[in-house]
Design a protein around this ligand. Structure first.
Ligand code: NAG
Length: 167
């Protein structure tokens, strides 16, 4: 129907707008732990031994996974003892990390790069002082101004994620 179609056009436009700053936003709270996701999704299969590099906005070493093992030596002092990954998930391409006891200054973008596989993801972490109701996944501010419907925003966020995953 006509309505459906214009809805689809709007959604595509939103996806396009969002993809300009295609970023996953994760929300955390001071003192709590948060998982920063990084799921390898290229078609090329991963080698047996994978290296993955996590960096923060100032290019500090958050965590290096070198040939399937966490390198504690290279880790920046800011993240020492606070960041770990899930080795049992590596073979599924899941290189997510957990940051423990969040600090206010942990907020910002984080990059996850899978070495030699041309794969990089940016996760933006927002750290709030205290817990309240909120969604852990929000579209970038531009998307919110375009639509006033929460439903459409959620749909756009979902599609953005899908879009992120296939590109
Ligand atoms: C990746 O691993 C983490 C930790 O086990 C888990 O919470 C998350 O759901 C996993 N993600 C996927 C897509 O498997």
């Amino acid at each position: 129907m006509c309505d459906c179609r214009s809805g689809a056009v709007w959604t595509l436009l939103l996806v396009w707008l969002n993809s300009a700053s295609c970023q996953l936003v994760v929300r955390g709270f001071v003192g709590e732990d948060v998982v920063l996701p990084c799921i390898y999704s290229n078609v090329d299969p991963l080698p047996d031994k994978v290296s993955v590099f996590w960096r923060d906005k100032d290019d500090r070493v958050v965590l290096d996974i070198v040939e399937n093992s966490e390198d504690q030596m290279s880790q920046n002092v800011k993240f020492k003892g606070r960041v770990s990954s899930f080795p049992e998930q590596y073979r599924k391409g899941n290189f997510s990390v957990v940051i423990k006891t969040l600090r206010q200054d942990d907020g910002g973008p984080y990059d996850c790069t899978v070495h030699r596989m041309y794969f990089q993801r940016t996760v933006s972490l927002t750290v709030s002082g205290e817990r309240d109701v909120g969604v852990s996944l929000t579209p970038p501010p531009g998307g919110a101004a375009v639509t006033n419907s929460l439903h459409l925003r959620l749909l756009a966020a979902t599609l953005t994620l899908l879009f992120c995953c296939v590109t």
